[in-house]
Design a protein around this ligand. Structure first.
Ligand code: RFL
Length: 407
């Protein structure tokens, strides 16, 4: 069923049970689950619908996350169109070493670009389930979340006037640069932060990958990675000094370094193409603990960031959103508080597990280029162990796929 959009001149409502700040994977999933449970909510988003449906970012989804979306009626586009990944390949010492994790575990990854997932989730929430999103809002602020009458205010893009929306709960899903994290910390939560001391140049190339699996190049010049994103685009990463500028990386230098760092005997050449995106990332992680206070609950990157080292961020955002959407729906429909009370603890278990794996993998990626022969030696020892010890291989596969029973 498709619901018509409200008439542009009809007065906007100023009270909803839940206000969701941010229309990323976390916010849209929370909102979709609330609508499915017949709980009304409002999503506030600073960007336009056109923009969020095109913003390139993640692409690798873990199988449990896709099954979670499927069980909640949110995966039909994904299951039709997503690619599957069954192995990854490490390149070091001029040779290629393939790690066939599906052969080992029966599990795989899905490859589905984040803008496609966001497009599907917006359509499901707004067009199919009739939920409301106000796009282009400015100066969002969160108020009184320590009381049972919180509110969220914003500047309306059409009139420039400040509007206040009253609610029972605020879901802060506004990513790493939003406002809801600051509303929680430092008064009600602490932020644990880790800086890797390295930069990554994140690139999106208009070129098919020469094979459909992920490549990790561990090289004395620095790490290089390749992640296929679809038939026409490929994400690449190049380690560089922190604070470096994308302007220092013209097309020729990028491709020369990618070829050098991903070189291995008997492998096909990389397929070169124009660079659609070139962004510098100073790699860091943070975790807000606890992820909730009073009537404000954080989800996704608003609560925790994992550098894109192990492709975990969007998966964690979905995990939080499943728990938060269902906990809010349970409370607002039956008064059951259990989900909300245990929310932060349940999320943080997986968050910390993934953080630890990211740190482990970061050392594998960066040790060889650290300039420290001790770190370079232990990096190679880790890689050799991965390809020679079945126990080490099983442990890596479990963490890489996010399938541990303890999570
Ligand atoms: P998002 O996606 O950032 O969405 C937040 C939304 O909130 C809006 N917003 C606000 N709205 C209202 N008021 C405000 N004050 C607001 N401030 C911001 C924003 O416009 C946006 O629409 O957060 P969310 O939903 O928590 O989702 C998190 C994921 O986007 C993120 O973890 C991933 O993109 C991380 N990530 C990856 N994760 C994976 O699981 N697999 C990957 O392969 C993967 N690759 C990546 C990545 C992140 C990357 N970047 C951004 C560094 C590759 C890259 C290059």
């Amino acid at each position: 069923m498709t619901h018509p959009s409200p008439h542009p001149e009809s007065p906007s409502r100023d009270r909803f049970p839940v206000v969701v700040i941010g229309a990323g994977p976390a916010g849209l999933t929370v909102a979709g689950l609330l609508r499915a449970a017949s709980v009304d909510c409002l999503v506030l988003e600073t960007e336009s619908r056109h923009f969020i449906e095109r913003r390139p970012r993640a692409g690798v989804l873990e199988e449990w996350a896709v099954r979670g979306l499927e069980q909640r009626g949110l995966a039909s586009g994904l299951l039709e169109r997503a690619g599957r990944q069954t192995l990854c390949e490490f390149r070091f010492d001029d040779s290629a070493h393939r790690f066939h994790y599906t052969a080992l575990t029966g599990r795989h990854h899905f490859v589905y670009p984040q803008p496609l997932l966001v497009t599907d989730l917006v359509r499901e929430y707004a067009d199919v389930r009739g939920g409301e999103i106000r796009f282009g809002v400015r100066d969002v602020a969160v108020h009184d979340t320590g009381t049972d009458r919180p509110s969220v205010s914003y500047r309306c893009p059409e009139t420039g006037r400040r509007r206040v929306v009253h609610c029972d709960f605020v879901a802060g899903c506004d990513g790493a640069r939003g406002v809801s994290r600051a509303a929680l910390a430092p008064r009600h939560a602490r932020i644990a932060r880790h800086d890797y001391g390295v930069g990554w140049l994140a690139l999106l190339a208009e070129a098919p990958a020469s094979a459909d699996h992920v490549l990790f190049g561990v090289h004395p010049d620095g790490f290089a990675g390749r992640m296929p994103r679809g038939p026409r685009t490929t994400r690449y990463y190049l380690q560089c000094p922190p604070g470096d500028s994308p302007d220092n990386w013209p097309h020729e230098r990028v491709w020369t370094q990618l070829r050098r760092r991903l070189a291995a005997a008997d492998t096909p050449p990389l397929t070169e193409g124009p660079l659609l995106e070139k962004r510098m990332l100073d790699l860091h992680d943070y975790v807000v603990e606890p992820m909730a206070s009073g009537r404000l609950f954080l989800a996704g990157d608003a609560a925790h960031l994992t550098a894109p080292i192990a492709a975990k961020g969007m998966n964690l955002a979905l995990h939080d959103a499943f728990l938060l959407g269902e906990a809010l729906a349970a409370y607002l429909t039956t008064g059951d508080e259990q989900g909300l009370t245990g929310y932060s603890r349940a999320c943080l278990r997986r968050v910390w597990d993934y953080q630890e794996f990211s740190r482990w993998l970061a050392e594998v990626y960066h040790g060889a280029a650290s300039g420290d022969p001790y770190r370079a030696g232990t990096t190679l020892a880790r890689l050799r162990r991965l390809f020679s010890s079945p126990t080490a291989a099983a442990s890596f596969a479990e963490q890489y796929l996010g399938t541990g029973d303890h999570l």
